[in-house]
Ligand binder design. Structure first.
Ligand code: GUN
Length: 283
């Protein structure tokens, strides 16, 4: 058997077309959703992510403001800029691209963003809201993963989900979101002793470790759904996931490719959150 691929690229495109139409409709009232992105320093990966976010906004008609600040920007200067954006009524979402230089506290920055403009869903208030199932902003990559699973009509309720990875951005929240969808959730991480025994029980396996080709067919139950969140750049310049694609596709029922899988969904859910934020201000 060969797994059916879940194309994040196609789903993202479809959702972006719908959002473009919605933004055009909203713009008739005279206002448009606005997203501010702050990038500190010259990290090439961050620069390319920020460019992609800017382009995606422009494509669907979201007003985007990108501030590229020097590496030497102080924490105080950054917090002052965030304060200004918190008060700016034309801005509905604020995103500070991570990672930050060492002299700036990530915690201070995330907590300075108004929870009502935290379209990344990283503020402790939004994480708390997610945990108790209240309305807020959901973190974009986990939100995108749930949308991908649902797009194929795959039942989540009652399923055993195993997440490999426990980062604040992906691992922990994706498990929480799937728990909210009534899955039974197990987390594995670098200290887990019997990882393969656990992953072999997964109906849905989410791999977010950040190590190229970490998961082979020996980790995967027959007909499992496998979501590969990894984005690893190989020495030859190619992107590859955390899952051995050729092996996984022989055992899984559904599989996400890299590239063209989870990646395009992250920005799509960022656009979604920005539109939601705008709509909440219009109420
Ligand atoms: N760096 C890597 N992924 C992300 C993300 O989703 N949001 C922000 N702000 N920074 C990131």
């Amino acid at each position: 058997m060969t797994a059916e691929l879940i194309s994040g690229k196609e789903l993202a495109q479809q959702k972006r077309e719908d959002m473009k139409a919605e933004v055009e409709q909203l713009a008739r009232t005279g206002a448009v959703p606005g997203l501010a992105v702050i990038l500190i320093g010259e990290d090439p990966a961050s620069q390319s992510y920020v460019k992609a976010k800017e382009k995606a906004c422009n494509n669907i008609g979201i007003h985007s403001v990108v501030q590229r600040l020097p590496e030497a920007t102080t924490e105080q200067e950054l917090l002052a800029e965030i304060d200004r954006l918190n008060e700016d009524e034309t801005i509905h979402g604020i995103l500070v691209q991570l990672p930050l230089p060492d002299h700036i506290s990530e915690k201070a920055v995330i907590e300075s963003i108004s929870p009502e403009k935290d379209v990344d869903g990283f503020h402790p208030i939004n994480i708390g809201r997610m945990m108790i199932g209240e309305e807020g902003f959901l973190p974009c990559t986990p939100f995108g993963i749930v949308e991908m699973i649902k797009s194929k009509g795959i039942e989540i309720s009652g399923k055993h989900v195993v997440v490999i990875g426990r980062s604040n951005i992906v691992g922990k929240p994706v498990g929480q979101l799937l728990l909210n969808e009534h899955a039974t959730v197990t987390y594995c991480h670098s200290r887990t002793k019997n990882m393969k025994e656990l992953t072999k029980q997964a109906d849905i396996l989410i791999v977010a470790v950040g190590i190229a080709n970490f998961v082979g067919s020996d980790y995967i139950k027959d007909d499992a759904v496998v979501i590969d969140v990894g984005v690893n750049r190989l020495d030859n310049g190619k992107l590859c996931g955390d899952v051995k694609f050729d092996e996984a596709k022989e055992v899984a029922s559904y599989l996400t490719p890299v590239p063209g899988g989870v990646g395009p969904m992250t920005i799509t859910m960022l656009l979604h959150n920005t539109i939601q934020s705008f709509k909440r201000t219009q109420k």
